[in-house]
Ligand binder design. Structure first.
Ligand code: FE2
Length: 196
């Protein structure tokens, strides 16, 4: 990694690479990765930097890091005030989601039907966590959830156990019609966290 990248982010990536090297189990990697992400999103330098990041409105993610050796991905998302996110899963990938600026609502849903049909799901909101700067959520494969914006701009860093976009489709859930559709994840916009 270039040496003009924000120090807290360099530390984060080095820590993740260490975790992936010594631990083979994806759940354990991601539990340790979530702890590393928590440190990152609590870093005042990273938080200040995130206030300069561009909006990702229009189903985009900033692509901060692709680890060619270990396969994990680090994204960021910047929500405009009043932004409402769709209910979805992340297919077979684990995801750690850390808010670094502003506020969001992290919603979890449970499925009420027997999952017999591919295109139909009855879902019910099971919990809502207020995500303020420093709050991290670990989302297991296939877990149904939504990240909702609030009245203020918000930014978050996302650690994905593996690449999603271009590899696998994710489910989207419509709680009003009970329809389930398949879709690609957000458009990836390469973005470097340069210091200074
Ligand atoms: Fe998500």
């Amino acid at each position: 990694m270039r040496n003009d990248i924000l120090p807290a982010f360099q530390t984060f990536i080095a820590e993740l690479r260490g975790i992936w090297s010594r631990e083979g189990d994806t759940r354990k990697r991601m539990e340790a990765g979530r702890d590393a992400l928590e440190k990152l999103v609590r870093d005042p330098g990273l938080q200040a930097h995130s206030r300069t990041w561009p909006s990702t409105e229009g189903h985009k993610n900033l692509l901060l890091h692709t680890d060619e050796e270990h396969g994990f991905i680090v994204n960021a998302v910047v929500r405009e005030p009043g932004r409402f996110g769709s209910v979805h899963d992340h297919a077979d990938a684990w995801t750690a989601y850390g808010v670094c600026d502003g506020m969001e609502y992290l919603e979890r849903f449970e499925r009420l039907d027997d999952a017999a049909r591919e295109d139909y799901a009855e879902i019910k909101r099971a919990s809502t966590t207020i995500g303020r700067a420093g709050v991290c959520d670990l989302v297991a494969p296939w877990a149904i959830h939504a990240e909702q914006g609030s009245g203020v701009r918000s930014a978050a860093v996302i650690l994905r156990s593996q690449k999603l976009v271009g590899r696998v489709l994710q489910h989207r859930y419509d709680g009003r019609t009970n329809k389930v559709s398949m879709g690609s994840g957000p458009t990836q916009i390469p973005y470097e966290l340069t210091a200074g």
